[in-house]
Ligand binder design. Structure first.
Ligand code: HEC
Ligand code: HEC
Length: 457
């Protein structure tokens, strides 16, 4: 008999006993050595398992400032004030609930965990979306007591029915967001509205650590014979002229966790940082003179850096049930249907000077971080740097099976229109039309297997 290593023997015994194997299989380690093992509602809120001593204090400070409400500025100085005057939410976690994803509103209710982006046709001074001259690039639905919010936003959903290849029927819902009660005069009549739900904030430092040359090598233009292309977004870097590769946001609009976080403080909460020292209202809204400020900047460098460390080192939870028969079958189908052409199962991070923890990790994010045309059905008709209305960044699928546990809902896609994973797949079009059609035509058991695989991520 061949010698069997003690660990693999124990792993086999563990598997036989129905319990978790002692040594995790490589495919369970979604985030490499940063991976955590937690399947509770807290699963997205843990730090990278290998987080170094030097980052722990910052992680906990960041956790606090990510989760607790910011306050309006008053005469007394506080490290936690400067909210507004216009804002969407009072804390990061109001949208990124338990570091997970936000939910869209029901019919005719105001969105609370979303960013409602607006722009007018053409490009802005930085090459990005052109802001509305009065309302800027995002609708602020809340304001301090003495100030008017920018507008009320309400969605309506239209039901669209369809059928699987086997004849069983399904419905999808197409949202439309209306902006009403503008508080500062008319909005441009040709304004384009893009509702975006807050995504989970796990594993982001790992995604930032994937070398740019990997992404450029993955980009396929023109599209391959399978119809799948993929391109990097090239976006503005705050304070610099050059364009850099975008990675974060549904359209890969932001190049780094740092800039995305500064944008969030600014656009979503009305808080200034050293990176983005301007308040988020426009000159036309003339709000500045009368209100107290929370300092210059309102978010101190120390707090800002801690939030960046936090958002960069939240861990990805391990996969579950990887040896389950349905899951294994679903994984095979995921490759056969060509889902994996965009949702890449495996990437490697490079060296990150600031974060040795995140360096040289084999990760399983199920994204290529590239923009793909997903068809007219998902288009928001809004150009964001190189991304057209139809183009979106391949959404990372790691952790997706735990959304129901962490966030107590299963709304997916950029605006949360899909009510479950199957609906999310059925909305795929454009470059993903063929993969979607293969899914739609699968026998019911195979559809179940594919969903079981997604739920194991
Ligand atoms: C009003 C809701 C809201 C608030 C508040 C909010 N976010 Fe977000 N966040 C979003 C949305 C929406 C996106 C996607 C943006 C896009 O697609 O351009 C996002 C994206 C992100 C991302 C990139 C995630 C990814 O996968 O690309 C990070 C990092 C992030 N937010 C950090 C923060 C931090 C830090 C704060 C607090 C300072 C914060 N957010 C506050 C809604 C919010
Ligand atoms: C051409 C590239 C491409 C292919 C092929 C593709 N996807 Fe996607 N997928 C995307 C993009 C881009 C998004 C984000 C779309 C959006 O939010 O509007 C996405 C979103 C998703 C989501 C929702 C994720 C979230 O965070 O809300 C799921 C689930 C998903 N895809 C599964 C699949 C499956 C299963 C297949 C194969 C049947 C597949 N995808 C094929 C590009 C692709």
């Amino acid at each position: 008999m061949k010698a069997v290593g003690l660990t693999s023997l124990l792993a086999v015994l563990g598997a036989l006993a129905g319990g978790a194997a002692l040594a995790p299989a490589p495919e369970e380690l979604a985030g490499g050595e940063t991976t955590v093992f937690d399947t509770s509602p807290n699963a997205f809120s843990l730090s990278a398992r290998n987080l170094g001593e030097s980052h722990r204090a910052a992680f906990y400070v960041g956790h606090s400032f990510f989760n607790e409400n910011w306050l309006a500025a008053t005469a007394t100085v506080s490290s936690r004030d400067g909210l507004g005057p216009l804002f969407v939410a009072r804390s990061c976690s109001a949208c990124h609930v338990r570091d997970g994803r936000g939910a869209p509103p029901d019919d005719n209710l105001p969105p609370e965990m979303m960013a409602i982006r607006i722009s007018i046709p053409g490009r802005g001074p930085d090459g990005g979306p052109k802001p509305d001259p009065v309302y800027g690039g995002q609708i602020q639905t809340h304001a301090l007591p003495e100030v008017k919010p920018e507008a009320v936003v309400l969605p309506t959903y239209e039901e669209i029915s369809g059928a699987f290849g086997d004849g069983s029927r399904y419905t999808l819902r197409q949202p439309r967001y209306l902006i009403t009660e503008p508080g500062y005069g008319p909005m441009a009549s040709n304004v384009v509205v893009s509702p975006l739900v807050a995504p989970a904030v796990i594993g982001l430092g790992l995604l930032e650590a994937v070398p740019e040359k990997t992404l450029r090598a993955l980009a396929r233009q023109p599209a391959k014979p399978d119809g799948i292309g993929g391109k990097v977004n090239l976006v503005a870097e705050a304070g610099a002229r050059r364009k850099v590769v975008g990675r974060f946001g549904w359209k890969a609009e932001q190049p780094s966790v740092r800039q995305q976080s500064a944008m969030a403080f600014n656009g979503d909460m009305g808080l200034t940082t050293a990176l983005l020292p301007q308040e988020n209202y426009t000159a036309a809204e003339s709000l500045g003179r009368t209100l107290p400020s929370g300092g210059h900047p309102e978010v101190s460098d120390e707090i800002f850096e801690a939030v960046v460390v936090y958002a960069s080192t939240l861990a990805v939870p391990a996969r579950r049930n990887v040896t389950n028969e349905m899951v294994v079958r679903g994984e095979r189908l995921f490759a056969q249907l060509n889902c994996a052409a965009c949702h890449l199962p495996r990437l490697e991070t490079g060296k990150v000077r600031e974060f040795p923890e995140l360096s040289h990790q084999v990760i399983r994010p199920y994204t290529d971080l590239l923009l793909h045309d997903l068809g007219e059905g998902l288009s928001d008709h809004r150009q964001v740097f190189e991304a057209t209305g139809r183009e979106w960044r391949t959404a990372p699928l790691w952790g997706i099976g735990l959304v129901a546990t962490v966030n107590e809902h299963t709304f997916f896609l950029h605006d949360g229109r899909a009510r479950d994973l199957a609906e999310a797949i059925l909305w795929h079009g454009g470059e993903a039309e063929a993969a979607k059609e293969r899914f739609r035509n699968l026998p019911v058991l195979d559809r179940g297997a594919l969903l079981a695989f997604l739920n194991s991520l």
